[in-house]
Ligand binder design. Structure first.
Ligand code: A3P
Length: 275
């Protein structure tokens, strides 16, 4: 890519997200009918995208993620994604990892019929998933060791910024009817009822047959199989469990992150299950 990793308003960004795109966010217009899938990276964004795609009818135009702030959607396409989206017909399915303060105003404070689904996941599993992703992909500067990675994550020296800043930034919208917050751990615990909640939020009636299709096509096994055939996406479907952090975090690393979690989440009403 022609761009390198950089910082934007104090937030570390990959070369895939150039300054030009981030500048353009300030005036990017949202439209009635837009559906947004939003997350801190490695929270299960692809899973939520697949679920929404299936709920919307599984049409080709929503099949591939369109990351608002990215410069390349796929190798070979050099247009900024936001420019493609400006020309795309409604309804648009948009996804983004932008922190609250860098998002288009119509996304952070939506009006009319804009729907935003925020995918959340406990920080320890997010950290582990990011570790493998950083190792495997050239998108992000890879740390040499797990220990370094765990420290980077704790210090918030991370692409898209500190996990807690990101999550709590969007959590400001917890009572806004344009927003639905879904936890990875809840999807794992009760997938059918979570899918029903999501389809109700999107105002899409699902028949029993539709629901069965969504559940089948969004299962870990089915997505693993699909993604295996897609260059650049096969690394994404890795383990898909709650609690993989226990095989990575030392007692000391875990205690430090627990302390930060308690401090940052205090009073927010936001809580996660870790196993
Ligand atoms: P792990 O690395 O812990 O396995 P994102 O899509 O935001 O990059 O998140 C990727 C994480 O979501 C990976 O976590 C991946 O395995 C998990 N994931 C993707 N599809 C899933 C599914 N259908 N069921 C459970 N987890 C899934």
């Amino acid at each position: 890519p022609p761009y390198t990793d950089h910082e934007y308003e104090g937030i570390p960004m990959t070369g895939m997200v150039p300054k030009e795109s981030l500048d353009a966010m300030k005036t990017f217009e949202m439209r009635d009918g837009d559906v947004v899938v939003l997350s801190y990276p490695k929270s299960g964004t692809n899973w939520m995208h697949q679920i929404v795609h299936e709920i919307l009818g599984g049409k080709p135009e929503t099949a591939l993620p369109k990351t608002l702030e990215f410069f390349y959607l796929h190798v070979g396409q050099v247009q900024p994604v936001y420019a493609q989206l400006q020309q795309a017909p409604s309804p648009r399915l948009i996804w983004t990892h932008l922190p609250f303060q860098l998002a288009p105003p119509g996304l952070s404070t939506p009006i009319n019929k804009v729907k935003v689904i925020v995918m959340l996941r406990n920080p320890k599993d997010v950290s582990v998933s990011n570790y493998y992703y950083r190792q495997r992909c050239q998108l992000v500067n890879s740390p040499q060791t797990w220990e370094q990675h765990a420290k980077d994550f704790l210090d918030g020296k991370f692409v898209y910024g500190d996990y807690f800043d990101h999550v709590l930034g969007w959590w400001q919208r917890k009572d806004d009817p344009h927003f639905l917050f879904v936890k990875y751990e809840d999807l794992k615990k009760d997938f059918p009822s979570s899918v029903k909640t999501i389809s109700a939020f999107l105002e899409k009636e699902l028949t029993d047959e539709d629901l069965a299709r969504v559940l089948t096509n969004c299962s870990f096994e089915s997505m693993r199989k699909d993604f295996e055939e897609q260059e650049g996406r096969k690394e994404i479907i890795r383990k898909g469990i709650v609690g993989d952090w226990k095989d990575h975090y030392s007692t000391e690393e875990s205690a430090k992150l627990d302390q930060k979690y308690r401090e940052r989440m205090a009073g927010s009403g936001l809580e996660f299950e870790f196993e």
